[in-house]
Design a protein around this ligand. Structure first.
Ligand code: NAD
Ligand code: UDP
Length: 311
């Protein structure tokens, strides 16, 4: 039985990950400050004697004995990471320093939840891991993008300098049940708006694209990465390469919910990437991974979830 620490474990992806790791027979410690996550995401796990929930902020040091660390703590939605941008940088950078320091001390393997945002507004398409990205260091998304880039730098240097066993996954837009209804990201926004019969808010002209991955596929890739040999550190893209415009997504959500909602147009936020699509050749060859759940199937399951919580 492995003992595994999941930071950000009460969030959308973290809570699913805690559940998966427990189901696979591990002991799990979930650490979260509940900024965008919530206890209700993991409350059903509290009866499990192999699950522990701790309120803690990763910007402060934390000590524990574990075999593996999944470092997911960081707000992921633009609305929430821009709410307190200084705190977002601290969470990524100090969080990485604290967790890497812990991993070094206890000789644990550590995985960083990085992001396609390290590519910024990409000028090559699809994005391969060898692309260095196109990020505005002083823009409104920089607190997240540059924070995650600095975290990757810390990870590779703890590996080179101190032989810490690291894994870096670059996650592309992932959605699914347990996203918070006020999360602010596009899939949950559109579904909640459609179910409530409210206007669907498309930012800009809706021609910008994203490639949407269902959470179960993403977690498969993440756990496979953690279990690769120590010589493979990543970074590796994990996401679904099927690309859609935001307008196409809005139309799909309206159709699949049978909603009478109308599309309204809102200003495009600054530095909003115009296109995003993962090249997953590396994940295929190194992890033997590719996504299985296509957008409509994943949307239907996510809509079913939101129907149970949205009034
Ligand atoms: P989320 O906002 O639901 O989860 C983040 C969790 O981290 C929340 O539970 C939050 O309370 C916690 N957290 C934030 N700051 C913290 C701090 N200082 N100390 C302790 N806990 C803190 O988002 P998510 O979609 O589940 O994302 C999980 C991770 O995956 C994040 O690191 C995110 O950057 C990364 N990621 C997600 C996506 C995606 O599409 N879902 C894409 C790229 C990267
Ligand atoms: N978006 C939108 N309406 C919304 C929320 C988001 O049109 O209510 C757009 C946003 O401008 C971006 C895309 O959807 O182009 C994805 O946004 P999200 O916040 O989900 O993630 P991002 O990939 O931008 O970090």
């Amino acid at each position: 039985m492995k003992k595994i620490l999941v930071t950000g474990g009460a969030g959308f992806l973290g809570s699913h990950l805690c559940e998966r790791l427990l189901n696979e027979g591990n002991e799990v410690v979930c650490l979260d400050n509940y900024f965008t996550g919530q206890k209700t995401n993991v409350v059903h796990l509290l009866d499990n004697p192999y699950f522990e929930l701790i309120r803690h902020d990763v910007t402060m040091p934390f000590f524990i004995e574990v075999d593996e660390i999944y470092n997911l703590a960081c707000p992921a939605s633009p609305v929430h990471y821009q709410y307190n941008p200084i705190k977002t940088v601290k969470t990524s950078v100090l969080g990485a320093v604290n967790m890497l320091g812990l991993a070094k001390r206890i000789k644990a393997k550590i995985l960083q939840a990085s992001t396609s945002e390290v590519y910024g507004d990409p000028q090559i398409h699809p994005q391969t891991e060898s692309y260095w990205g196109h990020v505005n260091p002083i823009g409104e998304r920089a607190c997240y993008d540059e924070g995650k880039r600095a975290a990757e730098t810390l990870f590779v240097n703890y590996h080179r300098q101190n032989n810490v066993r690291i894994k870096i996954i670059r996650i592309f837009n992932t959605y699914g049940p347990k996203m918070h209804p006020n999360d602010g990201r596009v899939v949950s926004n559109f579904i909640v708006q459609a179910l409530q019969g409210k206007d669907i808010t498309v930012y800009g002209d809706g021609s910008q694209s994203r490639s949407f991955c269902y959470y179960s596929d993403l977690l498969d890739g993440m756990m496979r990465l953690m279990n690769t040999g120590d010589d493979f550190t990543g970074p590796v893209n994990v996401g679904n390469p099927n690309e859609f415009t935001i307008l196409e997504l809005a139309e799909k959500v309206i159709r699949l919910t049978g909603s009478s909602s109308k599309i309204v147009w809102k200003p495009l936020p600054s530095d909003d990437p115009t296109q995003r699509q993962p090249d997953i050749s590396l994940a295929k060859s190194k992890l033997g991974w590719e996504p299985k759940v296509e957008l409509e199937e994943g949307l239907i399951k996510t809509i079913e979830f939101f129907k149970t919580i949205v009034k």
